[in-house]
Design a protein around this ligand. Structure first.
Ligand SMILES: *Cc1c(COP(=O)(O)O)cnc(C)c1O
Length: 356
């Protein structure tokens, strides 16, 4: 079966080989404090840095999930004020976490399927961290990088946090325009779930140290200061997901060998084919009306007739599982993941099935 679901998704095609080599090399049995495992962490970080062009002075650290990183960002980067751009379930959850943590959180929220008009909201001046979601997985809306860079220009003094969970490593992001970004590995990286990657700069470290100095709690084991102290020697505060970290390094190495440019080109080709197919026939309609905001990595279509489940079942007969709609769109939409492991051939077959 080919899983074109937006997470978990089809495993990257080299993962099976790498799991075997992990077992052969006792990756799950050696000490997480050993030189051998420090080398694994060093390798994984170097490969992520190369793949995503992360500047040398940005820290790359590991957590249990992206969900955890929402919480850690709020704990470490805000004493009181966070501001959120909300356009779907995931960006909304980031905001909800801030409310749960008793932050004085505010948001600008737009309808599902929409992105943001930078002229239609004002970020409050007291905002400490501005929380953005590059790719809203529930609706297939992607925020243009130029809008993110514009927000940085308007707010040079605020920290900018970017959720890239269902787009990284596709976007050619210039990290200098943001302070922290994060993803988990079961989406575009095609790995088993249970690992989050948190990237942040010196300004984030300074902010979190300032909060600690002021007597605030920034959490326990996964505070920025604890993560930084450990990662300096390629270590983690806890016993981490060692297999996950090993596999991520191997898959990033495979992607670097293939070339991020080639991966982006193929992603663009598959996305163009899919949106074209959706627009051609009478059964589907692109959920995101404005082409400028259509995600390349999570493609959401309204099913006009008969029912989403009809197509989901039909595709399954041809060994393709697509995602159902999210939340309110559950019975009326399909969501198609377009990740690096999904082949052109699979997309061409799906396009053919959708056109019939
Ligand atoms: C899946 C997803 C998350 C949560 O990731 P977990 O690995 O489940 O913690 C957060 N943000 C976005 C945009 C997502 O798609």
């Amino acid at each position: 079966m080919n899983f074109l679901t937006p997470g978990p998704s089809q495993l990257y095609f080299t993962v099976e080989t790498h799991i075997k080599s992990a077992l052969k090399n006792d990756i799950c049995a050696i000490s997480h404090r050993s030189k051998a495992f420090q080398q694994v962490i060093g390798h994984t970080i170097a490969q992520i840095r190369q793949l995503m062009n992360v500047p040398d002075d940005y820290y790359i650290t590991f957590t249990a999930s992206a969900t955890e990183i929402w919480e850690r960002i709020l704990q470490n980067l805000s004493a009181e004020y966070s501001y959120h751009l909300v356009n779907g379930s995931f960006s909304k959850k980031f905001y909800d976490f801030a409310v749960s943590l008793k932050r004085n959180a505010s948001k600008h929220e737009v309808a599902l399927g929409q992105c943001f008009d930078l002229n239609s909201f004002t970020v409050p001046s007291q905002t400490e961290v501005l929380c953005l979601t590059h790719n809203e997985t529930s609706t297939g809306v992607s925020m243009p990088l130029s809008d993110i860079y514009e927000l940085r220009k308007q707010h040079p003094d605020k920290l900018i946090a970017l959720d890239m969970v269902s787009s990284a490593p596709y976007p050619d992001l210039d990290f200098r325009h943001i302070d922290t970004a994060f993803f988990s590995v079961q989406k575009c990286f095609g790995l088993p779930a249970g690992l989050g990657v948190w990237i942040f700069n010196e300004k984030c470290l300074e902010k979190s140290l300032a909060l600690e100095k002021a007597g605030m709690s920034t959490g326990t084991y996964h505070t920025i200061s604890s993560l930084v102290k450990n990662i300096r020697t390629n270590e983690t505060p806890e016993t981490p997901n060692m297999l996950g970290i090993y596999l991520l390094g191997k898959v990033c190495e495979d992607m670097n060998n293939r070339g991020i440019g080639a991966i982006r080109n193929e992603t663009n080709y598959k996305a163009a084919l899919m949106y074209h197919t959706i627009q051609q026939g009478e059964n589907f309609k692109a959920f995101v009306e404005n082409e400028k905001f259509r995600s390349k990595t999570v493609i959401v279509a309204d099913v006009i007739k008969p029912k989403a489940s009809f197509f989901i079942n039909k595709f399954k007969e041809h060994q393709i599982t697509v995602g159902s709609g999210y939340g309110a769109g559950k019975d009326t939409q399909i969501r198609i993941a377009n990740f690096p492991t999904h082949s052109k051939e699979t997309f061409e077959l799906l396009a053919e099935l959708m056109s019939k």
